[in-house]
Ligand binder design. Structure first.
Ligand code: MRU
Length: 350
C-alpha cells in the first residue's frame, strides 16, 4: 500500500489526518497556510521529515495566494510566513532545514524574476523537498536492510514510517525494504504514550503491509528483551547533534539503555536533513513540552485525579554511546561520534 501523507492538489494541500487513524483514513484539505500551521501543532501531520515538508508546502501555498505584487511587501509576507512556521514545533530540525531551503530558493530567484515567477519557484522547491524525501527514504531502506537478517524480531518506537515522512519511512522504510527483499520478520511496536503513535500509526502501517506486528505498552520493553524476544531495535530521529546524540520520541532513551544492557543492537534511521551539525551535543537540542492534558487524560477521558499536575516532554535525547549505528542515505555511521558524523557531509552542502 502506498501511503502519501502530504500531497499538493488543485484545491490545496491535502493531509492524511493522523489523529483519526487507525479508526478512519480521513483526508483534510488545507486551503490556507494557517490550517497547515495548526495541523503541525495539533499532530494532524507529524514526524520530523513530514513536518518540514508540510511547512514548505504551507509556505508555498501562502505565497501562491498573495495578490500584492510589490517586491518589498511580497518579501515581507514571505518572511512573516517563514517565521510563523518555524515556531510550530521546536525539536525536529527538519522544520528549520526545510524553511532554510525555501528561503534560499526565494533569495536565489528574487532579483531575477517577478513575483509570479517567484511563486512558481517556491511551489517547485516545496514539491522537490517532498519528492526527494521519498527517494531518500528508499535509499535509507536499501542501505539499512542489510542489517535485517531473515526471521528477525525487531522493536521500534513511535512512528517513523510513511506517515512521518513524504512516504515510505525511515525506520519503517528499512523494515519495508527488507520485506521487499523477501525477508521475514516480526515487529514489536511500543505503543508510545501519551499520543500512541506506535499503537495507532505504526501498527496500522505494518498491518497494511502484511508485516506481522505486536503492540506492547512502553513499560514492557525491558521484560521482552530479557525474554530474548528482540534481536534489533530501530527508531527514527527528530534531531541528531554533530556528535551523534539523538533526540527522538520520549521513551527512546529508555529503550537504548535497555538494549545496551541486553546486548541488542540499537539503530537510528534518519535522513541527513535530521542532522544538525550546528550543535555540539544533545544538550543543545530544544525539547518540546506539550500540553499536560495529553498525559492527564486518555482520548478525552480524565485518568488522573483533578488537581494533580503532569510533565509532558515530547522527546528525549539518547547519548551517542548507546547507538550502534545511524543509517542515512549516505551510509551507516557506526559508533557515532563527532568525527564520523561529520564525515557524512564531506562533499555535500548542508
Ligand atoms: O511527536 P511526533 O509524532 O512528531 O514525533 C515523531 C517522532 O519522534 C519520530 O520518531 C521521528 O520524528 C522520526 S520520523 C521519521
Amino acid at each position: 500500500m502506498i501511503i502519501r501523507p502530504i500531497t499538493w492538489k488543485a484545491e490545496g494541500v491535502v493531509l492524511i489526518d493522523q489523529k483519526a487513524l487507525p479508526g478512519e483514513l480521513r483526508y483534510v484539505t488545507c486551503t490556507h497556510p494557517d490550517e497547515i500551521l495548526r495541523a503541525i501543532e495539533n499532530l494532524t501531520v507529524r514526524g520530523a521529515p513530514a513536518i518540514g515538508i508540510a511547512a514548505a508546502l504551507g509556505i508555498a501555498l501562502g505565497m501562491v495566494q498573495v495578490k500584492d505584487e510589490h517586491p518589498g511587501r511580497f518579501r515581507h509576507i514571505f518572511t512573516l510566513l517563514c517565521d510563523k512556521f518555524s515556531k510550530t514545533r521546536p525539536t525536529a530540525v527538519n522544520l528549520s532545514w526545510a524553511i532554510k531551503r525555501m528561503k534560499r530558493c526565494f533569495e536565489e530567484n528574487e532579483y531575477r524574476s517577478d513575483c509570479e515567477h517567484l511563486k512558481v519557484c517556491l511551489k517547485k522547491e516545496a514539491l522537490t523537498i517532498l519528492e526527494e524525501d521519498v527517494l531518500i527514504n528508499r535509499r535509507i531502506g536499501k542501505i539499512g536492510s542489510c542489517l535485517i537478517s531473515d526471521n528477525i524480531s525487531i522493536l521500534t518506537h513511535c512512528n517513523a514510517g510513511a506517515l512521518a515522512t513524504g512516504g515510505y519511512g525511515t525506520a519503517l522504510g528499512v523494515i519495508r525494504a527488507a520485506r521487499e527483499e523477501g525477508k521475514r520478520m516480526h515487529v514489536f511496536a511500543c505503543e508510545t504514550r501519551p499520543v500512541l503513535q506506535g499503537a495507532r500509526l505504526t501498527a496500522w502501517e505494518l498491518f497494511s503491509e502484511g508485516i506481522p506486528a505486536t503492540v506492547i505498552t512502553d513499560n514492557m520493553a525491558g521484560f521482552i528483551m530479557k525474554q530474548g524476544k528482540i534481536d534489533l531495535v530501530i527508531v527514527g530521529a527528530d534531531r541528531i547533534a554533530s556528535n551523534g546524540d539523538t533526540a527522538n520520541k520520549i521513551g527512546t532513551y529508555t529503550l537504548a539503555v535497555l538494549a545496551k544492557e541486553h546486548a541488542i543492537p540499537f539503530y537510528v534511521a534518519a535522513p541527513l536533513s535530521t542532522v544538525d551539525i550546528g550543535i555540539d551535543s544533545g544538550e543543545d537540542i530544544p525539547i518540546e513540552e506539550r500540553n499536560t492534558d495529553e498525559v492527564l487524560a486518555f482520548q478525552g477521558i480524565r485518568t488522573t485525579p483533578c488537581g494533580v499536575g503532569a510533565y509532558n516532554p515530547a522527546f528525549d535525547v539518547t547519548p551517542h554511546q548507546y547507538i550502534t549505528g545511524i543509517i542515512t542515505e549516505s551510509g551507516i555511521v557506526y559508533n557515532p561520534s563527532k568525527e564520523n558524523v561529520s564525515a557524512l557531509f564531506e562533499g555535500t552542502t548542508k
